[in-house]
Design a protein around this ligand. Structure first.
Ligand SMILES: [Zn+2]
Length: 108
């Protein structure tokens, strides 16, 4: 009997599990959030630095959240002063006491 699962298993490329898989895909996830997280982790989020590298014109390279540094994935998620304040609020609401590191530190 022909099953979709068998076809999928035949045509897909099977790779090793990645460290951040459970960070993105978990029960109860919000699909929109997963997709944005996944794209960000892959380094494909259309931040201004990426758009400029692709040859697109952007009005300003500065971060829309703080306007003091260039907009990049790493900056927007963990280096931006505005993002750091947001993370600090979230951590406080969760009663978690920890510093906020950079992209690679937080992803691991
Ligand atoms: Zn910023």
């Amino acid at each position: 009997m022909l099953k979709v699962k068998n076809i999928w298993d035949e045509i897909r490329v099977v790779s090793d599990r990645i460290d951040w898989q459970r960070l993105v895909w978990f029960p109860g996830h919000v699909p929109k959030h997963n997709t944005i997280s996944w794209i960000a982790i892959l380094g494909k989020l259309p931040t201004k630095d990426l758009l400029m590298r692709m040859g697109m014109r952007v009005e300003s390279r500065d971060c829309l959240l703080c306007d003091i540094a260039g907009e990049s994935r790493d900056h927007m998620f963990f280096d931006c002063p505005y993002s750091k304040r947001c993370w600090a609020s979230v951590l406080g609401l969760c009663s978690l006491i920890k510093g906020i590191g950079g992209w690679n530190e937080e992803l691991n």
